[in-house]
Design a binder for this molecule. Sequence first.
Ligand code: AQP
Length: 345
Amino acid sequence: MAAKELVFSGVQPTGNLHLGNYLGAIVNFVRLQHTHTCIYCVVDMHAITVWQDPAELTRNIREVTAAFIAAGIDPKKHVVFNQSQVAEHAELAWVFNCVARLGWLNRMTQFKEKAGKDRENASVGLYAYPNLMAADILVYRATHVPVGEDQKQHLELARDIAQKFNNDFSDSIRAHGLAEKFFPLPEPLITGPATRVMSLRDGSKKMSKSDPSDYSRINLTDDADAIAQKIRKAKTDPEPLPGEEKGLAGRPEAENLVGIYAALSGRTKADVLREFGGGQFSQFKATLVDLAVDKLGPIGAEMKKLTQDAAYVDAVLADGADRARVIAAETMNAVKDIVGFIRKR
Ligand code: AQP
């Protein structure tokens, strides 16, 4: 029998939640709750793989939670919690540290980008990050993972880990009467016209929380003036917009803005170009400002309201963690049996 479909994904509470996180991930989180059971996690343990100021981390955990709710995730129907409240993530990650191979992790491009030249000084956690991510997903035996394009490689690693665990322990899995494919091979869901939103200042770099220039990204908490200013100043090229998608080739800034417009309006890029092709950027940008303010304004306002009620946000996380722990504990108990650990019964 095929594994029951379950959606899991996470967002790091590292500040400056932006349009890329929204269009690449959160919009799809919201959509999937209508068809699937979903678990959405504020991955605070991932956040500390690079230094986080403790007070700021606490604020950021609440802010990501507020963004989930403000964007339309229903924490009563689905599960919303922060990772560190469910210890099984770390427990399973350790087992996966012993399943994943050094060679696999050495190929991870995100580590190379984030560690940069000062690799010797990067934390061990940053290196092992993909193993924890695999544990996040597989501790719920989740089958589908909505993410942005940048997470594709990590998802492939999670599949490799699941497969190796299933193979390495196949006899023990069978001996314990468990399904042969104990861990499902999770599928990435990378969908929509904005799976990789680029920096507004440089179309070759992805929009990112850690970019030192605030003009590179639209933050979910930006007000209408800030959104307007950033879009007006966004880098473009001197040509008018093309009438067809193939005309966007070699024009990353134009492609980015068209992708953002398409994603925010729920249309395809081709459709957007049919309307705006041949026009100047100034006119297109003015329409994009109105659209972005219309879509993001209410989310930002709701986020601000929710973050002022820390008790409410913390209660959502505690309730979500209680529900998540039930599923995670069941998986972890089975993993302990499979591996051969002795546990209290
Ligand atoms: N630019 C992006 N376009 C589309 N999707 C994106 N995501 C991130 N940036 C873009 C997706 O958002 C989800 C949450 O990301 P994350 O917070 O877990 O980590 P990240 O990818 O490291 O985010 P940043 O903003 O890029 O942070 P820094 O600056 O620290 O590197 C994921 O599904 C991700 O794909």
